[in-house]
Design a protein around this ligand. Structure first.
Ligand SMILES: C[S@@+](CC[C@H](N)C(=O)[O-])C[C@H]1O[C@@H](n2cnc3c(N)ncnc32)[C@H](O)[C@@H]1O
Ligand code: SF4
Length: 458
């Protein structure tokens, strides 16, 4: 696959990432603890019935300059122990209202760096959830880890706690790049770490995360990193496009001084990874994931059932309404989103005072719920029919009744080879995958172009 400069110039614009619909910067309704509990109670009759838990651990030993996540430095004080107590209290206060007849299909620890705190704190939370809810026998218990902090003992304890998916943040194998962004390499040789994680349990999967677009990277060096990554045979491999949002993350300004690769170099890095992985046993899924052919994400893609939430791609099997805990965490319920406050200090104080830390969110109308289904379907499965009817909202709303079908814009996407239109089906082409966010934005009835609101598509 190749992408011309002309296409890049035309479509490399700020557009939503659509990890949620509407995007998080539309969460403008005040939602306090009482309102959140009403929503939780209502969610018991919503769809999907399954429960997914997201636990946010914001702490990191060091802060990487590119970081776009809600992260903060782990200090030597015992603040994180207070945070742990607050998390447990939040889980207890919310769990009381979630129906015990529903099953847990996913528990995901994200951050920050969950493995920057004592492993016993992590396993205690898993035990609390297990002791409170029915677990689906094949529930996915997953954790994002920084391999710079991961040793055998920590891995053993995570495996004993039931973790079956480990996402390791690698970003780049080139140590000069890591130095520039203030990051350490893996503590153990990565092949040794990956075999140790997998040892003795064939259902354990290892994902590796990479970022392209960082200072010091170029298409050749990134291709080298991806070749090395593929040789390690991770179950899934992600190449994130570096999201530069310095108005939200001032630390990222440090990277501007070091020189960020431009869009042409970025696309070359993406393509180096894409072409190599595609020719070496991996299947592209979504716009940044690559999986082995037996992976259930690929099987779901083949049957048009791939799905996505804030934690990444998932299948309808692991999909649940997401109840999120911890600072800045976003719950994704049938009828709306709720985000917790972002300050760790305030989060702890609120829970010490028995108040839930919910702050803001959005309640969705049936039309918005339908648009959410359609956009998610397009972003995941790269095709949509204007006849498609939303099953999830239960209102049988048709795609063409709620989405914008601007003939001129669709005609341009078609002329540029990004989509094919046939029998009311819009199919995103291989080239169009790179710009699926632009295509989704053009169909989104609420999208308004805005600078400094979204990262660029490439
Ligand atoms: C919470 S971190 C993963 C766990 C751990 N903190 C680590 O860094 O290894 C999630 C992933 O988000 C990605 N990420 C962070 N900031 C990003 C940015 N500005 N643009 C694109 N991807 C980013 C990185 O690939 C990172 O591995
Ligand atoms: S990338 Fe990971 S380790 Fe680095 S600051 Fe962000 S959350 Fe922390």
């Amino acid at each position: 696959m190749e992408i011309s400069e002309k296409l890049l110039e035309k479509y490399n614009k700020p557009v939503p990432r659509y990890t949620s619909y509407p995007p998080a910067n539309h969460f403008n309704e005040k939602i306090d603890g009482r309102k959140y509990i009403e929503m939780v109670k209502e969610s018991n009759t919503g769809k999907p019935e399954n429960i997914a838990f997201y636990i946010h651990i914001p702490y990191c030993k060091k802060i990487c300059f590119y970081c776009g996540c809600n992260s903060c430095k782990l200090t030597s004080t015992d603040e994180h122990l207070k945070y742990h107590e607050a998390l447990k209290k939040e889980i207890a206060m919310v769990s009381r209202h979630i129906s015990k007849s529903r099953k847990v299909t996913q528990i995901h620890f994200g951050g920050g760096t969950p493995n920057s705190v004592a492993v016993e704190l992590i396993s205690e939370i898993v035990d609390i959830i297990r002791n409170t809810f029915l677990m689906s026998p094949d529930a996915e218990i997953a954790i994002e880890c920084n391999p710079a902090l991961l040793d055998r003992d920590y891995v053993d304890k995570l495996k004993n706690a039931g973790f079956i998916r480990f996402s390791l943040g690698i970003q780049d194998f080139n140590e000069d790049v890591l130095k520039k962004v203030n990051r350490d390499p893996s503590k153990l040789p990565l092949d040794e770490l990956m075999s140790y994680i997998r040892e003795g349990n064939s259902s354990i999967a290892v994902n590796l995360d990479f970022i392209y677009g960082l200072p010091g990277q170029n298409p050749d060096s990134f291709a080298e990193t991806i070749r090395k990554a593929a040789s390690l045979k991770p179950d899934r491999l992600v190449t994130f496009s570096y999201a530069h949002v310095p108005w939200m993350k001032p630390n990222q300004k440090k990277l501007e001084k070091l020189g960020l690769p431009g869009p042409t170099e970025k696309i070359e890095m993406f393509l180096a990874g894409y072409n190599y992985l595609k020719n070496n046993g991996y299947k592209p899924v979504g716009f940044d994931h690559y999986v082995l052919p037996g992976d259930e994400l690929y099987k779901s893609l083949k049957s048009n059932m791939l799905h996505r939430n804030f934690q990444g791609y998932c299948t309808r099997r692991t999909t649940g309404q997401v109840y999120a805990f911890g600072v800045s965490a976003i719950s994704q319920l049938d009828h709306g989103y709720v985000q917790n406050i972002k300050s760790v200090r305030d989060y702890i104080i609120m829970l010490e005072n028995d108040s839930l830390p919910a702050e803001k969110g959005i309640l969705l109308t049936d039309r918005e719920k339908a648009v959410r289904e359609f956009i998610t379907h397009l972003m995941c499965n790269k095709q949509i029919s204007t006849d498609m009817v939303d099953d999830m909202a239960g209102t049988k709303i048709k795609m063409s009744d709620v989405m914008t079908l601007n003939e001129n814009e669709l005609g341009e996407f078609e002329a540029d080879g990004l989509i094919e239109i046939e029998n009311r089906q819009i199919k995103v082409t291989e080239k169009g995958s790179m710009f699926v966010r632009n295509i989704a934005a053009s169909l989104d009835p609420a999208y308004k172009p805005a600078k400094n609101k979204y990262s660029k598509s490439v």
